[in-house]
Design a protein around this ligand. Structure first.
Ligand SMILES: [Zn+2]
Length: 382
């Protein structure tokens, strides 16, 4: 983590942190965050590094921007690397990490390894992310440093992880859940997310496949949000900056069609973790038949899902628009599906995906018209 460099400089130069920052940053030292200091280009020159490399390899920038479009990431990058002083507001990016982090974390075994190899330790990027509680290298719990929220824009006088005693975090999810979150976090830090994939449609598909389906075949988003909240618990969600408000639960918004609000990376990580650990099958929804579904229904669902997929591919190839009803009819499953949608989660998921595509006759036009109408109404009100 880039802030380590400044902490080390304080140790080696013997200068007070404020004096050191004056020398390095000149006037522009309003934001010398551990995570994303301003004047990145100047720091890069002093460190003998390429500025882009510094940004991508030594700050949480790839994590912060993981869910932004490629164009937006390029815009943010250009802003951060431009030499214009003081015009850049990085607070939103910084907050996407800092609001879910009680203090900088470290791993005692990494400290030992680093001292052996480099003669000193440093703050690791991957340890100081929200919802990160174990070291992925050593599999042991991370420890909390004294560099908490109040200190990490000016904690350069507090030394390196090796100078820390470290405290344990009190309440966290179980080890398995921690591992899943760690895996997702590291994927984001390593920019492994497929930017072209329709992530929100993917979330809907996953929710449906897990059994969060309403009688109408939509995502049972309110129920899902409620189960999500009890899975992590309110205290934990607050600690990672992802509180779920009952009136407007963000997990429900995240699986809703047409959502445009940006969500911080931690929310994506938590939702994906919940999906990974949630057992598929009927959920406590009033209209679900009780008990386990017979195997034969699963097979029927598989068959129908397959046939519908093929019908969608055909429609795409011929470049024609169609409807869910027509697709189900051509697959010979319309009456079975209409009768008991809850028994066809996979087919429902395939159809939900389809409805976001150009080939869907009903939804594309309908949505655009609806959006225009809502926009007009909003403008009139203003
Ligand atoms: Zn470690």
């Amino acid at each position: 983590l880039i802030g380590s460099v400044l902490s080390r400089s304080v140790i080696y130069t013997g200068l007070p942190p404020t004096r050191l920052l004056e020398i390095i940053a000149g006037r522009d030292r309003s934001n010398y965050s551990f995570f994303l200091p301003s004047g990145m280009s100047r720091l890069a020159v002093l460190m003998g590094l390429d500025a882009k490399e510094l940004l991508w390899k030594h700050t949480p920038f790839p994590y912060m921007t993981a869910f932004m479009s490629i164009a937006e990431v390029e815009r943010q990058e250009a802003k951060l690397l431009s030499n214009a002083e003081g015009v850049v507001s990085m607070s939103a990016l910084i907050q996407s990490v800092s609001q879910g982090l009680p203090a900088l974390r470290f791993c005692t075994r990494c400290v030992d390894d680093n001292r052996l190899k480099f003669g000193e330790s440093y703050w690791h990027r991957e340890h100081s992310l929200p919802a990160m509680h174990i070291c992925s290298r050593h599999g042991i719990p991370l420890r909390l440093s004294t560099l908490d929220r109040r200190r990490w824009s000016r904690g350069y006088g507090e030394g390196l992880p090796q100078h820390q005693q470290g405290a344990t975090e009190l309440e966290n999810p179980s080890g398995e859940i921690q591992e899943t979150m760690a895996t997702f976090n590291i994927e984001l830090l390593q920019s492994k997310l497929d930017k072209t994939a329709n992530l929100l449609a993917n979330y809907r598909t996953q929710a449906l496949a897990l059994g969060y389906t309403t009688a109408g075949g939509e995502v049972a988003s309110a129920q899902m949000a409620a189960d999500f909240s009890s899975f992590f618990g309110g205290d934990y969600l607050a600690a990672v900056g992802c509180t779920v408000k009952p009136a407007r639960p963000w997990p429900a918004l995240l699986v809703r069609e047409g959502t445009n609000v940006p969500f911080i990376p931690a929310k994506h990580v938590l939702l994906q973790t919940f999906f990974r650990h949630c057992a598929p099958g009927p959920k406590k929804l009033a209209y679900f038949p009780p008990g386990k579904r017979p195997r034969s229904v699963d097979t029927l669902d598989d068959l129908l899902a397959n046939k519908v997929s093929m019908a969608i591919t055909r429609a795409n190839r011929r470049n024609v628009r169609t409807t869910m009803t027509k697709l189900l009819q051509s697959a010979g499953g319309w009456s079975a599906f209409r009768h008991d949608r809850a028994d066809f989660p996979k087919t429902g998921a395939v159809l939900a995906d389809f409805r976001c595509t150009e080939a869907s006759e009903r939804k594309t036009g309908g949505r655009a018209v609806h959006r225009k109408r809502m926009l007009k109404r909003a403008q009139l009100q203003r």
